[in-house]
Design a protein around this ligand. Structure first.
Ligand code: ZN
Ligand code: ZN
Length: 535
């Protein structure tokens, strides 16, 4: 890189040879005696080794557009999830039956009225009230516009993550931000709009008991609760090329619960890592977060207050910022994006009162604009939950013009200045949620092993609980161990070896008799039973 920079020179007059960039890099604008409005002239000697330049480009983060070769390299090298690979290959065409009124051809014929539709067909989306296109339908739409020929030589990455900061590498040749800025590296104005697509379409809880057990913490204490969702991402066929998050368990990290919210206590990395690893061994991953916002309506009939509705907010500015932060921590690998990743499949669910006063679930994601604005440190939550504040510019924070588009009282689309604060709905993507028609949860539903970190409700995970969980039966049964909270606890005790822990998780998930037998005969399991039996 250094060698190439010395090939680039900057001069204040066009005929001058100028100074190599690498000699100017650490100097301030003052030291260079540059004044506002000075014209600078950039010269460069041609670089012999193009390959070298490309590899140095791709190794550094920044919003710079990569060359076609780099986009193709990203396409080849990024490892996506198996689900994304499968959806990539699926054309997702929406088939339609022969229309008896409009089609004037035989059974085997086809016409405009019965021809299959593209997965992103706008009239289909409207007819079926699909609020956002599925990510893969959106991607197919972009590819149909940008990569028509399908030839790899003309391939353009259809996706690019928004970046609202000052470009990290500026061709303007000035010292890097915050020492210098020019029209080339300053972020352009941001115009916020509703995001047209969503990374996940639907959240499905594998069994109602999972949610019910979670809400129990509030029922017992009146205090709010937060948990992480574990499960799998699968196809969701109710929308073209859809994705659903199927929740098999909710893990409740250490937290301090209040009447009006929760605070995550110092993140216990050890604990979180253990849960993630255990989930992985069970074929699961962290899908998102869920929290309660419940308040008894005081009518004595179990009804709750509806706080979140169209005239207040659905997700507060604080929660949107929290969701965006978690989404940034859980990136979505994507071969179609210039930098090999695109947004996140991390979901955020709220359990609160609906318009009928019933306890209900709502599922969301923060938009990519929210992720990018958080990333560039442009926004902060407001005390008013329905608006997000734009931060003030400082010597190190460049805040571009920010607008949002809205439909005014005359039904006209108008552009409003978003400063100093704007409605949170521009940062929110809505998902649907539900339960399967025929539940087949991975873990035994019903009365479960005590939930972790619930000391304040009077339950604890101990050997007494283990004894109760395993019962007095002589034969180990899958239903006894098929409990996520039990698995997390037992594998954290240090009684089972790593191999025995894997066997335990495998037996709990596979429900295989041979695995169960092997586990029951293992020395670690025998020790566990011995200790538990003395309780
Ligand atoms: Zn037809
Ligand atoms: Zn610049």
């Amino acid at each position: 890189m250094k060698k190439q920079l010395s090939n680039v020179t900057i001069a204040t007059r066009p005929a001058d040879q100028g100074e190599p960039v690498d000699r100017l890099m650490l100097k301030t604008v003052n030291e260079l005696a540059l004044k506002h409005g000075d014209l600078l002239f950039l010269n460069y000697a041609s670089v012999g080794n193009q390959q070298n330049l490309e590899s140095s480009q791709s190794s550094e983060a920044g919003p710079e557009l990569p060359t076609t070769a780099t986009a193709a390299q990203v396409f080849q090298s990024v490892k996506q999830s198996a689900l994304d690979d499968q959806l990539d290959k699926d054309p997702g065409m929406i088939t339609r039956p022969r229309d008896p009124k409009m089609c004037c051809h035989g059974d085997k014929g086809m016409c405009d009225y019965c021809m299959p539709l593209e997965p992103y067909d706008a009239s289909y989306q409207e007819e079926h009230k699909i609020k956002h296109l599925s990510f893969h339908a959106y991607l197919k739409k972009l590819n149909s516009e940008n990569n028509k020929s399908g030839g790899s030589s003309s391939y353009m990455a259809p996706l690019e993550e928004p970046f609202y900061g000052v470009a990290k590498k500026c061709p303007g040749g000035h010292p890097p931000w915050p020492a210098g800025i020019c029209s080339k590296c300053q972020p352009s104005a941001i115009t916020l709009q509703q995001q047209s697509f969503r990374m996940v379409d639907h959240v499905e809880f594998a069994d109602f008991g999972i949610v019910n057990t979670f809400i129990d913490a509030w029922r017992k204490t009146g205090l709010q609760r937060i948990g992480y969702l574990y499960g799998t991402y699968q196809r969701y066929d109710a929308v073209p090329l859809g994705v659903r998050a199927v929740v098999e368990a909710i893990y409740e990290p250490s937290q301090s619960d209040e009447l009006d919210g929760v605070t995550l206590t110092l993140p216990n990395d050890e604990e979180e890592k253990h849960v993630d690893e255990l989930a992985k061994a069970a074929g699961l991953q962290k899908l998102g977060v869920v929290f309660t916002d419940l308040l008894d309506a005081g009518k004595g009939d179990g009804s709750v207050v509806c706080k979140r509705h169209v005239d207040s907010y659905f997700l507060s500015s604080l929660e949107i910022a929290f969701a965006a932060k978690l989404q940034k921590e859980n990136r979505n690998p994507c071969r179609w994006s210039t930098d090999g990743q695109f947004s996140s499949k991390f979901v955020t669910c709220v359990i609160s009162g609906n318009l009928e006063g019933q306890i209900d679930i709502a599922s969301y994601q923060s938009s990519m604009s929210a992720e990018a604005m958080m990333d560039a440190d442009l926004i902060e939550p407001s005390v008013n939950p329905s608006v997000m504040r734009i931060k003030e510019p400082t010597s190190t924070r460049y805040v571009p013009d920010i607008f949002y588009k809205k439909i005014n009282e005359y039904k006209l689309t108008v552009q409003e200045n978003a400063k100093p604060a704007f409605p949170v709905e521009y940062l929110l993507v809505t998902l649907t949620h539900g339960f399967p028609e025929k539940p087949a949860p991975l873990f035994t539903p019903g009365e479960s092993f005590p939930i972790e970190n619930r000391g304040h409700t009077g339950v604890s995970q101990d050997f007494h609980a283990i004894k109760k969980q395993l019962g007095n039966g002589t034969r180990l049964e899958a239903k006894d161990i098929a409990d996520f909270h039990f698995l997390v606890h037992v594998t954290s005790l240090g009684i089972l070896s790593g191999e025995e822990s894997r066997l335990l998780v495998q037996a709990a998930v596979s429900k295989n008799e041979e695995d169960l037998y092997l586990l029951s005969q293992s020395p670690g399991w025998q020790s566990l039973l011995t200790i538990a039996s003395t309780q």
